[in-house]
Design a protein. Structure first.
Length: 91
């Protein structure tokens, strides 16, 4: 089954970019197929907020302990490799 597009959850984003995470290789491998099939990968503002929260939270508090600078660098990687799915609200 081929998809034209796919929304990537913040948990997948974390595991895809944080190389020290145990599931990093598994997640990167799982993302290879949609990328090679030219599937458009999307993220949302909410995904980035959740990513930032977990990535910069201290390890003792169940976070990943990244500095703001390192988290920003990872967010830029996400932005380069995926597309932002914006919210469209009708008034």
């Amino acid at each position: 089954m081929a998809w034209d597009s796919c929304l990537i959850d913040s948990n997948i984003l974390l595991r895809a970019v944080l190389r020290d995470y145990p599931d990093h290789t598994l997640v990167r491998s799982a993302l290879t197929k949609p990328i090679s099939a030219e599937t458009i990968l999307y993220f949302t503002h909410q995904d980035i907020a959740e990513f930032w929260n977990a990535a910069t939270r201290h390890v003792k508090e169940n976070g990943f302990g990244l500095s703001d600078e390192d988290a920003e660098r990872e967010v830029e990687i996400i932005k380069r490799g995926m597309r932002l799915l914006t919210d469209h609200c009708a008034s």
